[in-house]
Design a protein around this ligand. Structure first.
Ligand code: UFG
Length: 342
């Protein structure tokens, strides 16, 4: 019997890559998604890659009754991976209530349904944003969390606190929170990748959309930060490496290998690259020039953020395998396929 895993937000960017890894590791996957920032076409693409079409239920997890009903039907699931959330930092500043409602109602309904049906494993998609502006680098899981700049980031911090409180009350629930640094890249097939709706917020899709001609010019938000070239430093991680960590987290929960019922792991590479490093690598990988301009800083950006990944290496047995150039190349291949240019 294959173990069944429920993946909320499984049609999204990180969710869809994780679904592929789960299927390839012999899990049965049930995707719950409201398609608010993804498309059903992703299911066909997952099928093309894996030869398995995952079960899909179109559901808004803010609807408590419907959520409970679906989880009851799948109470034999071994774990739930929670990707379902809005994630645009800028939009969350404009529409905070939409973010708190969507990200937290859906989380609370999911956790309620999960505990009612004694599904005892939960994996949460968190973010390095919970560290705020770090006092020292690299950031370990022991580093103090701070109130994130954006409502989006704050939903991640509050969500971790909700899970922590629940775990303390529920003896049977085990959870792992994975704090992502900066996921980029796409599946090697070129069939799935990031599909930002509207103007991208994040650096990598903005670069590839500029290079392919959708955007005129990349704006580099500030070159007066206290870094080697003045542009902010981040820890970019290939989405497929990230996806593989979720499979290991599922295994850790199923095999009862956790050292405590709520564990937290950073997911990055441990390497920091500046915005100009990324642009230079992109130009090198694609053998082209990118149109960009230095402009004012963007509110809320911290100068430097990169992870310590010792804990996740030691406890989960995970390590990143892809180089920065591989990440960039796969993002580029995906963008070109999407736009049907070769
Ligand atoms: N950047 C630009 N121009 C752009 C987009 C980004 O110069 O058009 C710069 C940013 O200023 C930043 C770097 O590129 O220095 C990376 O920016 P991203 O938006 O790609 O990533 P962030 O580090 O800002 O955001 C990531 C995650 C968020 C999370 C945040 C918390 O995408 O989900 O980290 O640190 F909230």
């Amino acid at each position: 019997m294959k173990n069944k895993i429920i993946v909320t937000g499984g049609c999204g960017y990180i969710g869809s890559h994780t679904v592929i890894e789960l299927i390839e590791n012999n899990y049965t996957v049930i995707i719950l998604d409201d398609l608010s920032n993804s498309t059903e076409e992703t299911l066909h693409r997952i099928e093309k890659i894996t030869n398995v079409k995952p079960s899909f239920i179109n559901i808004d997890l803010k609807d408590e009754l419907k959520t409970k009903k679906v989880f009851k039907e799948h109470k034999d699931a071994k774990a739930v991976i929670n990707f379902a959330a809005h994630k645009a930092v800028g939009e969350s500043v404009q529409k905070p209530l939409m973010y708190y409602k969507n990200n937290l109602y859906s989380l609370i309904n999911t956790l309620t349904a999960l505990t009612e049906n004694t599904i005892n494993g939960f994996i949460f998609s968190s973010s390095a944003t919970v560290y705020g502006t770090p006092k020292s680098l690299p950031i370990t899981e022991q580093s103090k969390t701070q109130r994130p700049f954006s409502p989006y980031g704050n939903t991640k911090k509050i969500a971790e606190e909700i899970i922590d409180d629940l775990i303390k009350s529920e003896t049977n629930l085990s959870a792992i929170s994975l704090r992502y640094f900066n996921p980029i890249g796409a599946h090697e097939s070129g069939l799935i990748g990031e599909l930002p709706s509207g103007i991208p917020n994040n650096l990598m899709p903005y670069i590839t959309q500029t290079a392919v001609g959708i955007r005129e010019k990349l704006m580099v938000y500030g070159n007066d930060y206290p870094t080697k070239d003045g542009t902010p430093i981040r820890d970019y991680i290939h989405v497929v490496d990230l996806a593989k960590a979720h499979v290991l987290a599922v295994e850790r929960i199923i095999k009862n290998q956790q050292e405590k019922p709520f564990e937290i792991f950073n997911l990055g590479t441990g390497n920091g690259f500046s915005v100009l490093d990324i642009i230079n690598s992109f130009e090198e990988v694609t053998n082209s020039k990118l149109n960009y301009e230095i402009t004012d800083r963007r509110a809320g950006d911290v100068p430097k953020l990169f992870a310590s990944i010792d804990l996740v290496k030691n406890k989960l047995g995970w390590k990143p395998s892809k180089s920065l150039n591989e990440m960039i190349k796969s993002s580029w291949d995906w963008e070109r396929k999407l736009n049907d240019k070769s």
